[in-house]
Design a protein around this ligand. Structure first.
Ligand SMILES: *Cc1c(COP(=O)(O)O)cnc(C)c1O
Length: 431
C-alpha cells in the first residue's frame, strides 16, 4: 500500500511538468487539476503506469476552453439545431474576436460621448431591408415574440391567431405557451387546416392587440387547406405581426416557398420577425423589422433592455449581413455534381472496401423549408462506424439511414474533406 502511494506522482510535481503548461494557460488550473486527480486515482488502482500519468492527463483534457467541442457536421442537415444552427463565416468570426475586447459599441470616437448601441449594425440591417421603416435586434425570435406580445397586447389584450399556426418549434417550445406567458390572451380562430380572413375579422374589436401570422416552419399541411392571405389580413384595422421564422430577408429562388421579411412587409405586415441563426446564417438573435413607430414602441419598453443582445452578437450579425455569402448559403447552393466528385475522391482517399460514394438527400433543417429535399452526395460507411466517428478527434457527426451509415458532404466545408477522410480512416482502423 505504502509503496503504491509513494509511486503516485504528487499533484504539484505533475502540474510543474512543462508538457502541461499550455493546458494550464488555456484551460485553467481547476480543469487540469481535475484531470490530474482522475489519472492519479488510476495509478493508485494500478490501472495506469506512473510514467503514463502526464500523457493520460493530456488525453483526458478538453480540446478547447468553453466546454464545447468543434465537430464536423456530416448529417446533411444544413441548419442543425443540436449542432448550433448556422455556422458563422470567416468575417463574422473575425468580428467576434474584435468585439471581444473593449470596443466603441456604445461610444462615439469622434464625440467622445455615449452613442447609440449597435448603431452600425442597425444601419446595415435597414439598408438590407429598405421596405422596413426601422429595425430592432433582440436575443432570439422567441424574445421578439415576447416583446411584441408584451408591448402590443399587454394588459390582457388579445392576439388573434389561426389554429393552424399554433406551432411547437422543437424541444417542447410551443409558441402559444410563450405568448400566454406574457399575460396576453390568445384568441384562436379557424381550424387546423382552414382559416379565412373572415374568421379573423369576426373576432377583431377594441380588445384586440394584434393579429399574428406564424410560418409553420417545421411541418407541411396539405390537402383541403386554406390560410388567410397576409395582404387581406393587413387590410383589417389591427396591426399584423408576422413570424417568418427562418430569416430570409428577401425572396430566394433556391427556396421559393419560404416566406421572407421584405415580401411580408410589402404585403402590409406592421412587424416581421425572424431568427438570425437559421437561413440568415448569423449568430443567435431575433430581428424585428417594421413600421418605425411600432418598432420605436418596442424599443422603448423596459422589457427591451432585458432582451438586448451583446456586442459579440451585434458584431457577428453585421459581418454576416454585409458578407457576400454565408456558409449556410454555400451549403444550399453547392451543385450536387461537385458533391458527387468530392464523395468519389473521399472514398478513393480512404480506400476501404466498406466505404463507397453514394447519392443522398440533405435537408435545410432548423425550422426552414419543411418538405424540401436537397439532392446531395456523400459516402456510405458501416453503421457502427458512425458512433466511432462521433467519439473521434475531431468528432464527425453522420447519420444512420436504413441500416447504413451516411456521411453527407453538403454540410461539410470542402476545406474539411481531408480531415474527414483522416478521421474516417482512423474510425475504420478501430474495427
Ligand atoms: C425557429 C422559429 C422560432 C424560434 O426562433 P428562435 O430564434 O430559436 O427563438 C419562432 N418561430 C418560428 C416560425 C420559427 O421557425
Amino acid at each position: 500500500m505504502t509503496d503504491v502511494r509513494r509511486a503516485v506522482p504528487r499533484t504539484d510535481a505533475v502540474l510543474a511538468d512543462p508538457a502541461l503548461a499550455p493546458a494550464l494557460d488555456r484551460l485553467g488550473a481547476v480543469t487540469v487539476k481535475d484531470a490530474v486527480r482522475v489519472a492519479q486515482d488510476a495509478v493508485r488502482r494500478g490501472d495506469l503506469d506512473p510514467d503514463g500519468l502526464v500523457p493520460a492527463v493530456l488525453a483526458a483534457l478538453p480540446r478547447a476552453p468553453g466546454g464545447m467541442t468543434a465537430v464536423v457536421n456530416a448529417t446533411g442537415v444544413v441548419v442543425h439545431t443540436n449542432l448550433g444552427r448556422a455556422p458563422l463565416g470567416s468575417a463574422a468570426i473575425e468580428a467576434l474576436t474584435v468585439a471581444a475586447g473593449p470596443t466603441d459599441v456604445e461610444f462615439g470616437l469622434e464625440s467622445g460621448a455615449r452613442a447609440r448601441r449597435g448603431r452600425d449594425t442597425l444601419a446595415v440591417l435597414r439598408a438590407a431591408v429598405p421596405a422596413a421603416g426601422d429595425v430592432h435586434v433582440v436575443n432570439n425570435a422567441a424574445a421578439a415574440l415576447v416583446l411584441c406580445a408584451t408591448v402590443l397586447a399587454g394588459g390582457g389584450r388579445e392576439i388573434v391567431v389561426s389554429r393552424g399556426e399554433m406551432v411547437e418549434i422543437g424541444d417542447g417550445f410551443r409558441l402559444p405557451d410563450l405568448l400566454v406567458s406574457t399575460g396576453a390572451v390568445l384568441r384562436e380562430v379557424g381550424t387546423t387546416n382552414r382559416t379565412t380572413v373572415a374568421d379573423h375579422a369576426a373576432v377583431i374589436g377594441p380588445q384586440t392587440g394584434f393579429a399574428l401570422k406564424v410560418h409553420p416552419s417545421n411541418f407541411v399541411v396539405s390537402g383541403f387547406t386554406a390560410a388567410a392571405p397576409l395582404r387581406e389580413l393587413a387590410a383589417l384595422p389591427v396591426p399584423v405581426v408576422v413570424d417568418v421564422g427562418s430569416g430570409l430577408l428577401h425572396r430566394d429562388p433556391m427556396l421559393p416557398d419560404e416566406p421572407d421579411v421584405t415580401s411580408a412587409l410589402r404585403d402590409g405586415a406592421s412587424v416581421v420577425l425572424c431568427s438570425g441563426d437559421k437561413l440568415l446564417g448569423g449568430p443567435q438573435c431575433g430581428l424585428l423589422f417594421g413600421d418605425a413607430a411600432v418598432i420605436e414602441r418596442l424599443r422603448r419598453h423596459p422589457l427591451a433592455r432585458a432582451l438586448r443582445v451583446d456586442k459579440l452578437t451585434l458584431a457577428a450579425l453585421q459581418a454576416t449581413v454585409v458578407a457576400d455569402t454565408t456558409p449556410v448559403r454555400e451549403m444550399l447552393a453547392v451543385p450536387v455534381e461537385s458533391l458527387r466528385r468530392r464523395a468519389r475522391e473521399l472514398a478513393a482517399a480512404v480506400g476501404h472496401p466498406d466505404v463507397e460514394a453514394v447519392d443522398t438527400t440533405a435537408t435545410v433543417g432548423g425550422g426552414g423549408a419543411p418538405g424540401v429535399d436537397l439532392p446531395s452526395a456523400g459516402v456510405a460507411v458501416p453503421a457502427e462506424t458512425i458512433a466511432r466517428l462521433r467519439r473521434g478527434d475531431p468528432p464527425v457527426v453522420g447519420r444512420v439511414h436504413e441500416g447504413r451509415g451516411v456521411l453527407d458532404l453538403r454540410t461539410v466545408s470542402p476545406a474539411a474533406d481531408a480531415e474527414l477522410g483522416a478521421a474516417l480512416g482512423r474510425a475504420l482502423e478501430d474495427d
